[in-house]
Design a protein around this ligand. Structure first.
Ligand SMILES: Nc1nc2c(c(=O)[nH]1)N(C=O)[C@@H](CNc1ccc(C(=O)N[C@@H](CCC(=O)O)C(=O)O)cc1)CN2
Ligand SMILES: Nc1nc2c(ncn2[C@@H]2O[C@H](COP(=O)(O)OP(=O)(O)OP(=O)(O)O)[C@@H](O)[C@H]2O)c(=O)[nH]1
Ligand SMILES: [Mg+2]
Length: 455
């Protein structure tokens, strides 16, 4: 059994309500020391899943007027007894109630410890616990909907299904090993080969969904690059629909990088406006230029901006040469004035989108093109609802996939069936890592260290 933990589960600061949450065997006993219900009832007599109005006292000193929720295990978030004290929101008053709870026998919870208990007590598997955290961090509807599916257990079910398919094969192998007269040289029955094929296919689909999942969860790092004065900052402002970056007619206006997140049809774009790249003696500007060059390498997508109203310059060509053709969209700006630019030498750019950042022309086309870039090469099969967003899941599934491919090699080479036992174990162990059936303290520390306190 675990000790009783407590934390403030609401954000710090002033708000309507601040919640102190406790979980563990002593939660109700601790509450009994500090809470007087207005009903005059004893704590033991308060109904399960009830909310109770009353006062928190530290000895004779009134601390707050509160509402207390009582949830008795095992049908609770952690499967333990849970008490939630709803205080008046405010930094000090919630903090005081927490201190009192700690003084009365609870221990301060670590980050994510309530959810960790929900996992350790078997109410959630690890993918569901991870989904809880992703939900809290979610910044777009799409990422939240992926997290909710995962919290509901969609990924867990899929993984358990794959595990069952492999265990069927393992059961057959064990029989063969236990009763050699069955013949360990006999081929694997067709239906069990199908089991392994399904594991291979499904794990492949899940693994390849990760790139998209990561993008939905973490966003697409998009660098706006180009020589000075072509309108990069104007472009940022028009996508953000606000005057975020300073725009002037002076070349070299933007010196430091400006980063902002926009929601592009459910995908977070992490837009970075960079300093225009040129040769300069100015120390500060030079640092900005260096950073811009680094961004060209780091970005997932580059919006290469050129000024359509001027002739091509060496600076355009130099920047063009540094860019990776696989991740560039060409943006020809200033089409509201007469066109002078010939882009034929800028061969890395497949398609030019013509815009006027100043007059807000072509911005929708540009956004469509960015969206197409982001989703292209991704599985657009709408029947695929399951998308993984966690690199931990991806690595484990790769282990499963490798092991099953080994098994097929063994089969193809006509080797005795008992040789696949080790690979079968490896394949199921890796699936057990995904759900947390197989886990270490270190892994759990790692997973839960990113959680909020009180979650
Ligand atoms: N006040 C409050 N709000 C909250 C939470 C919380 O813990 N407290 N949650 C925390 O993240 C989320 C809700 N998640 C929850 C998930 C399961 C259970 C729970 O008690 N589950 C029981 C079933 C109870 C029943 O069937 O009535 C169980 O699974 O056995 C509670 C909250 C969001 N809002
Ligand atoms: N006519 C016209 N002018 C524009 C357009 N977009 C930007 N400009 C003007 O071009 C000048 C430079 O714009 P910025 O957005 O500051 O250019 P930048 O690329 O960020 O420049 P640096 O930060 O110096 O690298 C400003 O005077 C803008 O008003 C456009 O579409 N049409
Ligand atoms: Mg600028």
């Amino acid at each position: 059994m675990f000790d009783t933990i407590a934390a403030i589960s609401t954000p710090r600061g002033e708000g309507g309500i601040g919640i102190v949450r406790m979980s563990g065997d002593e939660a109700l006993a601790i509450l009994g020391k500090i809470f007087k219900p207005v009903s005059g009832k004893n704590i033991e007599d308060l109904r399960n899943f009830s909310i109770n109005y009353g006062h928190i006292y530290d000895g004779d000193t009134l601390i707050d007027e509160v509402m207390v929720s009582i949830m008795k295990g095992p049908k609770t978030y952690t499967k333990e007894d849970i008490v939630e004290i709803n205080c008046h929101g405010g930094y000090l008053i919630t903090e005081k109630t927490l201190e009192l709870v700690l003084k009365s026998g609870a221990r301060i919870a670590e980050q994510g410890e309530f959810t960790r208990r929900a996992f350790l007590n078997g109410r959630l598997d690890l993918t569901q616990a991870e989904a809880v955290m992703d939900l809290i961090h979610g910044k777009t509807d799409t990422s939240i909907s992926l997290s909710l599916n995962q919290l509901r257990g969609d990924l867990k079910k899929q993984i358990l299904h794959l595990k069952k398919l492999i265990l069927d094969v393992a059961a057959h192998i064990n029989v063969v090993l236990d009763y050699p007269e069955e013949g360990i040289d006999d081929p694997l029955p067709e239906n069990l080969v199908d089991n392994l094929k399904e594991v291979l296919d499904t794990s492949n689909v899940l693994i390849s969904s990760y790139d998209k999942g990561k993008m939905i969860k973490e966003g697409v790092k998009t660098a706006i690059v180009g020589k000075p004065n072509v309108g990069k900052s104007s472009l940022l402002n028009s996508i953000l629909r606000e005057e975020r970056a300073i725009v002037t007619h002076i070349a070299g206006t933007t010196r430091d990088m400006i980063e902002e997140v926009v929601n592009l049809k459910g995908i977070p774009l992490v837009l970075v406006d960079t300093a225009g790249i040129r040769k300069t003696e100015d120390l500060v500007e030079n640092i900005g230029v260096e950073k811009s060059k680094e961004m060209i390498d780091k970005a997932d997508l580059i919006l290469f901006v050129v000024d359509g109203s001027r002739e091509l310059s060496d600076e355009d060509i130099k920047i063009h040469d540094q860019i990776n053709a696989d991740k560039v969209i060409g943006i020809m700006n200033k089409i509201d004035i007469e066109k002078k630019l010939d882009t034929s030498k800028l061969t890395k750019v497949g398609k030019w989108i013509e815009i006027s950042a100043k007059e807000n022309l072509g911005i929708d086309d540009m956004e469509d093109e960015i969206y197409r870039f982001v989703v292209s090469g991704q599985v657009e099969d709408s029947s695929q609802k399951l998308i993984i967003t966690n690199v931990r899941h991806k690595s484990a599934l790769e282990k499963t996939n490798d092991a099953v491919r080994n098994i097929f090699e063994t089969i193809d080479m006509g080797l005795p069936m008992d040789l696949i036992a080790v690979d079968l174990k490896e394949a199921t162990d890796a699936l057990g890592e995904v759900t947390g059936e197989i886990s270490t303290e270190d892994l759990l520390d790692h997973v839960f260290s990113n959680f909020c306190v009180g979650k």
